[in-house]
Design a protein around this ligand. Structure first.
Ligand SMILES: [Zn+2]
Length: 230
């Protein structure tokens, strides 16, 4: 009763298109959910994202839930998640991708989920790691552990958006470190991030997580930029 009253005066709106949500819609309206550009890589073309990392990092499996287009719905959703405090978008997408990974043969042997960390100064500024809820939710759905105290960020790298490809690789190359490595020994790790733009962040994390290439490493993100395949 109270919640419907609150809804009447402060209606919840879709994070992507701002239309008013019905009681059954959670965060994102049905229309937007249908129109979000799913990649389906974890079902149909499992090599597609892995190929980006050939010769750089060995991955067991890799996928992204959506394609990222400039000015598209996914961009708006990621922007809200990262800068506007709409942390629950991460939970929604984590549930979504988690359920799909459960159905995918390529992610069956995951033991542990690790989020790409943000620097503690950024964490203080923003109040949360935008990847955390997404990654936690995937771990929950897959029924595996979530570890956010293994991979850490040592340097506060600049926001990458305006940097050249070369500059991005340089600035993230040595900005991560690993502690409690015994907790991930002989495990199949699922490394989780919000977006793959060039692959530089994933590459940098993979190099510190698995320097001797003894472990199994896979990757899952909310989105991947379409232009990376050009
Ligand atoms: Zn919508």
């Amino acid at each position: 009763m109270l919640s419907s009253l609150i809804n009447l005066f402060f209606p919840k709106t879709c994070h992507a298109c701002n239309t008013i949500l019905t009681d059954n819609e959670l965060g994102i309206c049905v229309v937007c959910r249908h129109e979000l550009p799913l990649t389906n890589y974890h079902f149909e073309r499992p090599e597609t994202v892995k190929k980006i990392f050939y010769g750089r990092v060995r991955l067991e499996a890799a996928t992204a839930l959506f394609y990222f287009h400039k000015s598209g719905r996914v961009q708006q959703l990621l922007h809200h998640l990262k800068y506007n405090g709409k942390e629950d978008i991460g939970r929604i997408f984590g549930n979504w991708l988690g359920a799909e990974l459960l159905e995918s043969p390529y992610f069956e042997s995951i033991d542990v989920v690790i989020p790409v960390p943000v620097h503690f100064k950024k964490l203080k500024q923003r109040g949360y790691n935008q990847v955390a809820l997404f990654a936690q939710q995937i771990a929950k759905v897959l029924n595996v552990s979530y570890l956010d105290d293994v991979l850490l960020k040592s340097r506060n790298t600049k926001t990458q958006v305006f940097q050249s490809r070369e500059a991005r690789f340089q600035s993230v190359a040595h900005s991560f470190y690993v502690q409690n490595i015994n907790r991930i020994e002989n495990k199949h790790i699922l490394l989780v991030d919000d977006i793959i733009t060039t692959g530089a962040t994933i590459e940098a994390c993979a190099l510190v997580l698995n320097p001797e290439k003894k472990m199994q490493l896979s990757v899952a993100t909310i989105a991947i930029t379409h232009s990376i395949f050009r």
